[in-house]
Design a protein around this ligand. Structure first.
Ligand code: PMP
Length: 415
């Protein structure tokens, strides 16, 4: 383990290369303007239909509902605003099972905890629950899903893309299987929306989760699309807002910001998708050639544009993350896996359930790195990563006891 003091000897830079878009994006200036405008308007409570200030607030929500729905090819009347993806995921799964108690629940072992932890909370409710294991790329096996659906209809919750390893499922195939078995599909599209085109009808998604802060909108706002044929019960007690499914006074400025963000994204989604795909492929190739002991995670092709994730043998992901940060590159760690590279008495880092699920060996991997670009990342940002990252890995290798052992063993073996 390298001491923090040794890290701080490394030069700090003014560079600002943000590669953590998967965790949050910066609100677009257009979004900020919209939020400011709404906040400074004299708006009433949207439920106060009796006066013009309330009606004006209601109109802003209606307008945003149209814009958010348009991004996913949905009708505005089928969209509910929430406080974010966590709430949408809980409402989708627990709300659906409350209204449809004969259904089972199927998900995968790489879902976000707002999906996966519902397995625990629903366990006592006499619900058939299956957690599917993914393959080494993070893909769900369609045959395994088919088998899990044999017994009874279920709500299947599988995200289009995994934020940590970037893998994208064949969601149309999955929805087809679900529907053939009288089941329904919920998809958490927090990681994918804004990066790839999403169409609820084309993809056959019955319930869909969105989060505004992953879409260049503000944090604390999200949405849940609910197909008109789906019965959903509220999981909250309260008033009649959002068709009574999500009671509580609406976050009007946040909702307006989300609407603006979705409208902006819809205009040029395709061009950013292509651009980020090319930049990703290029970065992948460059790191493959220049970083010793690199192991990529996730699927090499079926993956999010702008997303590259990996771990490096002999070095700790957290250490690399810190060095990257000190060089102005902001990335995320796929929460470190447990490792024998760490001293026993150190603070135990949480193992990543995703890395575990795709079989990353915890005895030689000590944390992964996720570089996730978005619409504001330039080619220059990517080139900067390409030029800096290999050197940082080399620096960490020189400090690594594991690498030291490796070279000594190799020397002995080579005679
Ligand atoms: N799902 C996924 C895939 C996520 O990455 C996150 C975190 N950004 C969430 C759900 C939770 O989102 P929120 O912060 O909007 O509740």
């Amino acid at each position: 383990m390298i001491s923090i003091q040794r890290f701080f000897k490394t030069v700090q830079t003014e560079k600002f290369a943000y590669f953590d878009n998967i965790n949050t994006t910066f609100p677009d200036p257009r979004v900020i303007r919209k939020i400011n405008e709404v906040l400074s308007s004299r708006l009433g409570n949207p439920s106060s239909h009796i006066h013009s200030a309330g009606v004006a607030a209601g109109r802003i929500i209606d307008e945003a509902r149209e814009k958010v729905s348009a991004l996913i090819g949905a009708s505005p009347e089928n969209l509910i605003f929430t406080s974010g993806a966590t709430e949408s995921n809980n409402l989708a799964i627990t709300g659906f099972l409350k209204a449809n108690p004969d259904f089972g629940f199927i998900t995968s072992n790489i879902e976000h905890f707002s999906v996966l932890n519902q397995v625990r909370s629903l366990r006592n409710d006499d619900i058939d629950i299956s957690v599917l294991e993914v393959d080494r790329y993070g893909l769900v096996d369609p045959e395994m899903l088919e088998k899990a659906l044999e017994n009874n209809p279920s709500i299947v919750s599988l995200s289009i893309a995994n934020p940590e390893i970037g893998t994208m499922q064949d969601i149309e195939k999955i929805s087809d299987i679900c529907h053939r078995h009288g089941s329904i599909l919920h998809s958490d599209t927090t990681a994918a929306a804004g990066l790839i085109e999403i169409d609820v009808d084309k993809m056959g998604i019955d319930l869909l989760t969105l989060s505004a802060h992953n879409l260049y909108g503000p944090a604390g706002v999200g949405a849940l699309y609910v197909n008109k044929n789906i019965k959903l019960a509220s999981i909250f007690e309260g008033g009649n807002q959002e068709s009574g499914v999500r009671p509580g006074t609406e976050n009007v400025p946040g909702i307006a910001g989300m609407g603006e963000a979705c409208d902006m994204i819809k205009n040029d989604l395709k061009s950013h998708e292509e651009r980020l795909k090319n930049l990703r492929n290029n970065l992948w190739k460059s790191l493959e050639e220049s970083v010793r002991f690199i192991n990529f995670t996730g699927h090499p092709e079926k993956r999010l544009p702008g997303h590259v994730s990996f771990w490096v043998e002999h070095i700790e992901g957290e250490s690399l993350l810190l060095l990257l940060s000190m060089n102005g590159i902001m990335a995320s760690s796929g929460s470190a896996c447990s490792s024998n590279l760490k001293a026993k008495d150190e603070d135990e880092l949480m193992a990543s359930h995703v890395l575990d699920a795709v079989g990353v060996p915890s005895d030689i991997c000590s944390g992964s790195i996720t570089l996730s670009a978005g619409r504001y990342n330039t080619e220059e940002d990517f080139n900067y990563v390409k030029s800096v990252l290999p050197g940082l890995v080399e620096k960490l290798l020189t400090m690594s006891p594991s690498y030291d052992d490796y070279t000594k063993n190799k020397e002995t073996a080579d005679g």
